[in-house]
Ligand binder design. Structure first.
Ligand SMILES: [Zn+2]
Length: 401
């Protein structure tokens, strides 16, 4: 069965040259989906026949967003910690421990239901692929069930036993556990090994040991780097050819040069800076130096509890001086690169038919209309997500105003 999606006012494929201001954009476009993949892309006037057809009424179509950084396996929330922080209490990594207690106490059913709810929120926000970390168990049993539950929702699972040292546990003993029995229990359910390389969490030598142990177990490295301080996390990411160095809030000139000269993606998480009232990362410096930038949500109950990739895009444009085209590219092709995936994040023949339909004529509206729910259709693997019929909500774009 083939499906023709036509009436696309603007198709922003992200499949054009990296530094182009308008990468691979086609006006008045159409595309054909077959067996979950993109079978044809081009001007609507030249579209081939298909078994069925959906007309999106002049809307803009983009690749589905790729969220390469999310912490979705947890119980409880930290709304009061957030409120306290907004009224003047600084953020520190210690708050993670309250989520750990709630997560350990939760049943598999409770954790799975919360994860499924957040996955649905991400999809509704246009995210068609997401990464999901463990890291709120911090004991072998809870970390293992965290990665197992995450693997039921996504193939991009990260083992983050090295999130913080749990209360009451000797630091050296905990590192031995993370690099030994906990890793052995979690590696079969994970693709990635992650570590929170930061003051108050794990230093560079400890982080290197955790990542090397994970790599020896067949996992690929990525890490939380340079969030709160300009430590050595980014340099470690580049040293180990990590897929991504995430946060990059505090970067030295050497860090920017190292990222630009590597295949490690700088994944920026502006919803965290927003929710912790912190300075935003130097996206302009990274892009101008030639580094690859991704945008991700970092959805988590402590430092930023949002699944809104559109809001992350708006913040990247408003606060980090990325152009709308750069921000959209970072949220799609950039995220795919941060997961070392070449089958998603762009729209081209042969790639997965993961796409979003905006209730807007252009992706510019993602930043121009912050906070407005513009995602009117989400297609994952060629299927309309969460909707029946034509995969669209709301009315057409026709009309006055
Ligand atoms: Zn994180």
């Amino acid at each position: 069965m083939s499906l023709l999606l036509t009436g696309i006012g603007l198709l922003a494929t992200q499949a054009g040259p990296e530094n182009s201001e308008s990468p691979g954009e086609i006006a008045d476009a159409a595309l054909v989906i077959e067996d979950g993949l993109l079978a044809w892309i081009g001007p609507a006037a030249q579209a081939p026949a298909a078994d069925s057809m959906v007309d999106v009424g002049g809307r803009c179509v983009l690749p589905g967003f790729v969220d390469s950084h999310a912490h979705l396996v947890f119980a409880g929330d930290r709304a009061e910690e957030f409120a306290a922080r907004m009224s003047g209490t600084p953020y520190s990594a210690g708050g993670i421990r309250s989520t750990v207690a709630a997560t350990r106490a939760a049943t598999d059913e409770q954790l799975g239901a919360n994860l499924a709810r957040l996955a649905a929120e991400l999809h509704a926000a246009g995210v068609t692929t997401f990464e999901c970390k463990s890291g709120y168990g911090l004991d072998v049993a809870t970390e293992q069930r965290s990665v197992r539950l995450a693997a039921e929702q996504t193939s991009e699972v990260s083992f983050l036993g090295a999130h913080v040292v749990p209360a009451g546990v000797d630091r050296g003993d905990y590192l031995d556990l993370v690099c030994g029995p906990m890793l052995d229990a979690c590696a079969p359910h994970a693709r990635w090994v992650d570590v929170f390389c930061e003051q108050g969490a794990f230093d560079v030598a400890e982080s290197r040991a955790v990542l090397r142990a994970g790599m020896a177990a067949g996992l690929q490295p990525r890490l939380h780097a340079n969030q709160l301080t300009a430590g050595g996390g980014v340099a470690l990411a580049v040293e180990l050819d990590a897929a991504s160095a995430d946060h990059c809030t505090h970067l030295s000139a050497a860090d920017i040069d190292a990222l630009a000269g590597s295949s490690t993606v700088a994944t920026l998480l502006p919803l965290v800076e927003f929710s912790t009232r912190s300075p935003y990362p130097d996206a302009r410096g990274l892009l101008d130096a030639g580094a690859t930038v991704a945008l991700a949500t970092d959805c988590n109950p402590g430092s930023g509890y949002s699944t809104s990739m559109p809001l992350a895009i708006a913040l990247a444009v408003r606060e980090m001086r990325m152009t709308p085209a750069e921000a959209v590219r970072a949220a799609t092709a950039g995220g795919a690169q941060a997961l070392r995936r070449d089958d998603i994040g762009r729209l081209a023949v042969g790639l997965r038919a993961d796409l979003v339909v905006l209730d807007a004529p252009s992706y510019l509206h993602l930043a121009y209309r912050p906070g407005v729910p513009l995602i009117s259709g989400v297609w994952i693997g060629g299927k309309a997500w969460g909707l029946t019929g034509d995969g669209l909500t709301g009315g057409g774009l026709a009309g006055g105003g």
